[in-house]
Structure formats: C-alpha cells, structure tokens
Design a protein around this ligand. Sequence first.
Ligand code: HAM
Length: 418
Amino acid sequence: MNYKIPRGTFDILPADSSKWQYVQQVFRKVAASFGYREITTPIFEMAELFERSSGESSDVVQKEMYRFTDQKGRSFALRPEGTAPVVRSYVENHLEMQGGRTRLYYMGPMFRYDRPQAGRYRQFYQYGVEFIGSNHPYYDAEVIALEMTFLKALGLTRPRLEINSVGCAECARDYDKALRDYYAPHLNELCPDCQKRYELKPRRLLDCKVPSCKAFRKDAPSQFDYLDASCREHFDAVCRYLDQMKINYQINPAIVRGLDYYTNTAFELICDELGAQNSIAGGGRYNALIAQVGGKDTPGIGFAGGFERLLLALEKENIQLPQNPNPALFMVLMGEEAVDFALPLIAELRQKGIYVDYNPEKGSFKAQLKAADSMNARYALIIGEHEAISRTLVLKDLSSGEQQSLSADELLSFPFEA
Ligand code: HAM
C-alpha cells in the first residue's frame, strides 16, 4: 500500500521550512511591537462554538467544517478559523481581568473542507490577531496598521487594502430588508445557494461567483445608504485614522466577509496577482461575538491572514527569503588521533550554535574535502596526524582557498557565523 497525503493538504518540506520559520518570526516580532501576546488554542473545539459564532449562514460552518463525534458521542469540529476559539479562551480564562484592552495573536493550522485549488487548501495555516475591549475606531486602524507593518517588513508592496462597514445589527436588518426587496422579483433566477442566502443572510448574495447571480449585483442597494449616524461616524473615523497613519485604502461596499460575526468595519488585503484566491488577509469588528460566546458585552476587532497566500505573494514580487543555512565548518579528519582531538572541539562549537558537519564515512582527504564542497560549507577544518600531534589545526576558507594555522583556543573564538 502506498500512502498518499490527504487531498488539499501539503507537507512543509525541509527545503521550504526556513521560509515558513522566517515569516512566522517576522509576524511574532511585529505583533510584539504592537503589544500583542501569543495565545495557542486546541485545534478542535465543541462544534457548537463555531455554529453559534461563525454562523448558521456561513459556508465555512454549513459546508466546510470537519465535524467528528468522540467516544462519548460529543460533537466536535476541527477549527475552521481562530477568532471563535480565542474568544472562547478569553471568556473562559477571564482574560478581561488583566486590563481593559486585551491584545492576542495566534498562528496555526485551520481546516475547511473546500474545493482545493491554488491558494486554497483543506488544512492551511493562519496568523491572526484579536483586540478585545474597546469600540474606539483608533483600534480598527491600529489592527490594520499591524498587518500593513507586517507586509512591509517582509518587503511586500503590492497588496491593496479594501475596507467597508457592514453596520451594526440594526443597520444590517434594514439593509437585509432592502436587499430582499431588491432580489425578490429575481428569486427564481438565482442559484440554489443564493435562494438559501436570500432567507438566511441576504448580504451574502453580493458575494456569489455564479455569473447569472453576479449580474444583479451592480444595481443592488449599497450598505452605505443604510448605515445609521453612529456607524457612519465610526467608519469615517476609522478612515481618518488610516489617513493619519498614511495607509492607503479603497472603500469597497461589496466586501462581504464569509463569517457571520462581523459588525461595522470589515476589510481585506487583496493581492491581484493571486487569481481567484486573491485575499491574503481579512478581518473586521465583532462587537456582539463575546457576549454570544457567553462573556460580558465587549467589543472586539481582529484579522487573520493565510501563510500560503502570503508566500505566493512574496514569490510574485520576487522577494528572496532566507534559505536553510550551510555548514559554517566541515571537519576533515585523518586518523584516530585527529578524531580524538576533534570530537570535543565539535561539541564545543555546536554548543555555541555554530553549524559543524563531519562525515566519518568519507575516508580519503580528497573525498572529505569534496564532501565539504558539496555541502557548501564556508570553511574546512583540516586535522591530519601531524596536526593532531602538534595540537594545531588548519582552517581553509573554501571560497578563497586561503589557509591559516590555529590553536584549539583560537578556533573556539574564531568569528564563525552562528
Ligand atoms: P477568513 O477571511 O475566513 O477570516 O480567513 C482569513 C485568511 O485566511 C484569508 O484571507 C486567507 O488568506 C486565509 N484562508 C482562508 N481560507 C483558506 C483556505 N481554504 N486555504 C488557504 N488559505 C485560506 C477568518 O478566518 C477570520 N477569523 C479573521 C478574523 C480574525 N476576523 C476577525 N478576527
């Protein structure tokens, strides 16, 4: 039997692991500079957590969630997203007690049973942040600024920010009514999914990719005409903060997020070169979610991005990411005395974090030097019988070919790149 990886999943192979480590490390650094602390939640939760929060009308919960029943018949789900679990943990662990404003970030695999294609997987890796505890519009802009800082730190210049307001629950009710009135005469012309959306969440009609449904979008009423004064004011204030922060954005009233918990600000980072899956990150405000999950009525805002799409965007901009390191030093040892002399030195160098390699299976001097070359080592350390007796070492720079003699102490303080 030849086992195959499940469809829609991938291995992060050693050749790529340094890229993943790098983007994660940059994200950690940027999040820390905004005062965020890492939180890690389990990859499975009670299925109901997602049903209640992410939404009865969302495809993510209705069609794409990996559900399972455990040995005791309880219903769980592999997490399709990170916000509901973070909010669950915030409520369960009383994180609000640690100050009015809670800033959390996370990274990890998410699971959605979707049709796999470039940039869309069944197991994918998200990074995200959640700011909980204030409805002040400054924080909407600050959360966006964090994502922009991250993209800039990686050298990305092309992603565009699109922003919208989906209003509060009351605005959404008026808007839903306006959309239903608009779509009612065309109900029979809509795809079966949209006929359900019409009932459950008319806003999602605007997001349908079926051409015949798409055609109705251009004359549909705009959410902006249904924002009440305070939602409008909130949105204008977010835009003002973005202007002050010199963050470019486009207002796009058609942004409909795929999860149900959003209120007011909703945004996406679009990378046009990525084709159909062009949203590299998305998020927004969720002022009703914390109470929905059993906490006190507390506002929140956050976003999440996908590492796979981020790496594709970096490739499109030809941004070179760090490669796996080559050995700083390759040992070329002739005879037992040399090995005796060298092994404790190798141990000390590795203790200092220096990448040292040795291949005892290569016998001759020539074969060992060839091995050093094929590993792209920076230096070779040559110890023959003569050097072992005189306790001297020969360090050969493999790019220039220059050699120098060193004592063991000098070797240990040599400025190798760790
Ligand atoms: P989302 O828009 O569903 O939002 O996902 C965020 C990002 O995850 C997307 O922009 C995309 O980069 C990536 N992503 C989503 N699905 C897939 C997939 N099947 N394959 C590869 N990448 C994918 C959320 O998940 C919200 N929890 C974001 C949020 C945080 N809102 C408030 N706080």
